[in-house]
Design a protein around this ligand. Structure first.
Ligand SMILES: Nc1ncnc2c1ncn2[C@@H]1O[C@H](COP(=O)(O)OP(=O)(O)OP(=O)(O)O)[C@@H](O)[C@H]1O
Ligand SMILES: [Zn+2]
Length: 466
């Protein structure tokens, strides 16, 4: 089967055909680093990391670029408010971003370029656009003319006249047409600035991504991605700049993730209705946060609530418990061969199902359903009087593989979380009450393996790490 990607450009699911065989060039718009990220900002980081992981799982070599917007109005304002240097503020929040997303299992990009390190390339890019008469300078500012670019509006499916109706020239703007947007902004007094052919200034927002994508990935790339709010005007403008400059298609597939909402309203810094990723990470296992994010298809909205997160926690724990039960059972299993085929065949079907649902526009929600089916079937197998290590291992490999593609690791035996241990103790007590001594012993041995010592006290069972 081929991978299908929903392309915002055509509004259709299309077969994925990379420019170069087995290679993928992928660009994801990164954060503006003036604050800690909220979990809405964490969503594109997680979903596109998962897209990358899946492409790698399907044997593509992915070159992945995620930029940092480390100079813009918001950062300058934040730096002024804190009486700090723009660079100090940007560095602090780049570091914080990397810590947060790393905790969430996001792999480092192949390249993490910053605007402030790409200024020369940006200037060259803008010069090219002026030369081709897609852009013009007015008193130290440079603007791009969407009207000069025939296909303007193709990504957001709007005509230039529809767009014109909504556009206004703001006070102080020197552009000729309300649709024109800034490529270069003349520096205001005491603002961080770079020399350019148009005097001191800094780049506009959209030009940075066109420049960085070209610099690190080439003139035509395979996948360009970001949050849904970026499709217009940011990505529309990126297309106009890049295609005006090169005369070639900029990106073949445009992917956009849906919002994380709070009470059905987009989570955003400006509305103040946000949950910081750092704060959530203090209260929850990062793997549960990631599992929760991926339990909804990336294009659908997620209405965030603690209840949903707790639901994800229970689901994830069920999977983990099965995995550890499989692990433990290996000690008492044999090299049986009878009935193996039948179970191995089922497992094989699950592997196929996983690929099928992920091939269908990276449907992680369905991938998680497959994972539940694997778990349920594994639990049935664990009820068999005799089990074979081959089948147990095969179940484990499937669980591990799916979770690995989703960017979720299974905790090794020794790093069991306190709450996992407590849940196992409760289960053991229940088992004893129900005279299911076999299960009770199994749990005792499982904990012993993990170096957890149980003590029966008059107040109940106490535990400590050995
Ligand atoms: N509520 C949300 N749900 C999903 N993605 C979001 C949400 N808010 C922002 N994003 C995405 O996060 C990424 C980083 O965005 P950026 O740093 O520009 O934040 P932002 O869009 O300015 O956030 P805010 O709207 O809170 O100011 C972008 O891809 C953006 O589309
Ligand atoms: Zn961008």
């Amino acid at each position: 089967m081929t991978i299908k990607i929903y392309n915002t450009l055509t509004r259709e699911k299309e077969d994925f055909k990379p420019i170069e065989d087995r290679k993928v060039r992928m660009y994801v718009c990164g954060p503006t680093v003036y604050n800690y990220i909220h979990i809405g900002n964490a969503r594109p980081a997680i979903v596109f990391d998962t897209v990358r992981r899946y492409l790698e799982y399907r044997d593509y070599e992915v070159t992945y670029v995620l930029n940092f917007t480390d100079v813009d109005d918001k950062i300058i304002k934040a730096a002024n408010d804190m009486s700090e240097d723009v660079k100090v503020v940007a560095d602090r929040f780049i570091k914080a971003y990397m810590e947060d997303v790393e905790a969430l299992g996001v792999k480092k990009a192949t390249y993490h370029p910053r605007v402030t390190e790409t200024i020369d390339d940006i200037i060259t890019f803008i010069e090219g656009l002026i030369e081709k008469e897609f852009a013009y300078e007015v008193d130290g500012d440079v603007y791009f003319k969407p009207r000069a670019f025939e296909d303007y509006g193709k990504l957001s499916h709007q005509s230039i006249d529809e767009l014109r109706a909504g556009a206004r020239i703001q006070v102080g703007e020197k552009k000729n047409d309300p649709l024109d947007f800034a490529l270069w902004k003349k520096a205001k007094a005491n603002e961080v600035a770079w020399d350019s052919p148009w005097g001191k200034g800094r780049p506009g927002w959209h030009i940075e991504c066109s420049t960085m994508a070209k610099k690190y990935l080439g003139e035509t790339i395979d996948i360009h991605a970001g949050g849904q709010d970026l499709s217009f005007p940011h990505h529309e403008n990126e297309i106009a700049q890049s295609e005006a400059k090169t005369g070639k298609t900029f990106a073949n597939y445009w992917m956009h993730n849906g919002y994380i909402n709070i009470n059905n309203e987009k989570m955003s810094k400006s509305l103040g209705n946000f949950v910081l990723t750092r704060e959530l990470l203090q209260k929850h296992d990062p793997r549960v946060i990631r599992f929760f994010m991926l339990s909804v298809h990336y294009r659908h909205p997620i209405n965030f609530s603690e209840e949903l997160l707790n639901g994800a926690k229970n689901s994830f724990e069920r999977i983990q418990t099965t995995y550890f039960n499989l692990e433990h059972r290996k000690q008492t299993s044999m090299n049986l061969t009878q009935d193996n085929e039948q179970w191995l065949q089922k497992i094989d079907e699950f592997n196929h199902q996983f690929t099928n649902v992920m091939d269908d526009d990276f449907n992680t929600a369905n991938a998680i359903s497959v994972l539940f089916d694997v778990t349920k079937t594994a639990n049935l197998y664990l009820e068999e009087a005799q089990t074979s290590s081959e089948v147990l291992e095969s179940f484990q490999t499937t669980i591990e593989t799916i979770l690995h593609v989703l960017g979720i690791s299974l905790e090794k035996e020794t790093d069991l979380l306190d709450e996992d241990i407590e849940a196992l103790i409760v289960e053991r007590n229940e088992a004893r009450k129900n005279r299911n001594f076999e299960r009770a012993d199994e749990i005792r041995d499982l904990l012993k393996d993990k170096n957890i010592i149980l003590e029966d006290t008059p107040q109940g069972v106490r535990w400590k790490r050995g």
